[in-house]
Design a protein around this ligand. Sequence first.
Ligand code: ATP
Ligand code: MG
Length: 384
Amino acid sequence: MEKVLLLRFGEIYLKGKNKFSFEKQLLDNIRFAVKGIPSELLRTRGRYILQNIPEDRLFEAESKIKKVFGLISFSEAVKVPASMDELKRAIEPFLPDGGTFRFTVNRADKKFPLNSQEIAIELGGVALELRPNLKVDLFNPNKEIFVDVREEGHAFIFSDKIPCSGGMPVGSSGKGMVLLSGGIDSPVAAYRMAKRGLKMYGVHFHSFPYTSPMAKQKVIDLASILSEYQGGFELSVVSFTEIQRQIHENCPEEYMITIMRRIMMRIAERLAKEKGCGSITTGESLAQVASQTQESILVTNHTVELLPVFRPLIGMDKEEIIHTAREIGTFDKSIEPYEDCCTVFLPKFPVIKPKLEWIEKAEAKIDVQGLIEEALKNVETISL
Ligand code: ATP
Ligand code: MG
């Protein structure tokens, strides 16, 4: 008996004018996710079937499928020839030892000799013979076993629906650029935008030798975890050392972080444009730190001229962000103790409500454009 995976997508995304491009993107993404695992992907009405998977690779295929945005759930099903004898033989592994159950039958093949209800009654009878402790409950069963008799001469039996990630197929919304630090927040922000269909690119600023190569490696590892949700991840690593040094030496200490953020945003926008990204994403959350007040965000945002800035975590509590970080597998990496560039030269009392004029005046003490051009000359691109 062959085991296959039945994959379900969010119906609403596959309607209307964009249906075909969404669906093509989703199918491409599924194929990419299971690349390397021998299998065949079929489209049928209402869902996809991943079949011919070697039994010992099934678990691996399932864990990849769970991360494909645009799928809402999957079931492990057995595929049998569509006959009552075969069905009766195949139901045993699906039967619980006790409690209540029901069969829910869908018969696409109207030429099959029994109708859906007759199939359910016959299979129910066999089940009760095999497991005399079981009881049928049509309305609120402990276990619902689905039988799907297809037109192509075979049938599927399955019971559990395992949730996938939901969202939109990655790429269906275009590309986005995330400012990726080694912290807890920005990987979660990247995940949330990828879930809305953006293929994310990342930019990370590091301040070697003030920050260690381990700090950079941590971000590469985070990017690698994110790559599993979107079939790859391109990270641009920009040296921020000279910029930080210049700000430190020339600008008032309390404005350091604000000015750093403004320069990060400008560089991110340049890189985003270069890569064809239509937006910038950060991991900011309102009031989490001094640089995340309305006033600070206003002043930071002011530098971004052409693209929308997305802050998917803006209304989330740290606890909620941590919850997602754990779920998506970035948390343990994020809490490794290597410092990112923002902790170097950190002011004791950063400005909480900066005014644009103050910051612009302070910034005029350094050659912002020159520093940006210089930083952009030596971008290291890492493809994961
Ligand atoms: P995170 O957990 O994402 O580091 P945070 O709560 O530590 O966030 P900040 O340090 O104020 O917040 O950073 C706010 C946002 O600025 C980050 O979420 C990230 O998008 C961006 N950012 C900060 N530092 C860097 C960096 N070194 N490289 C790239 N982006 C950064
Ligand atoms: Mg941080």
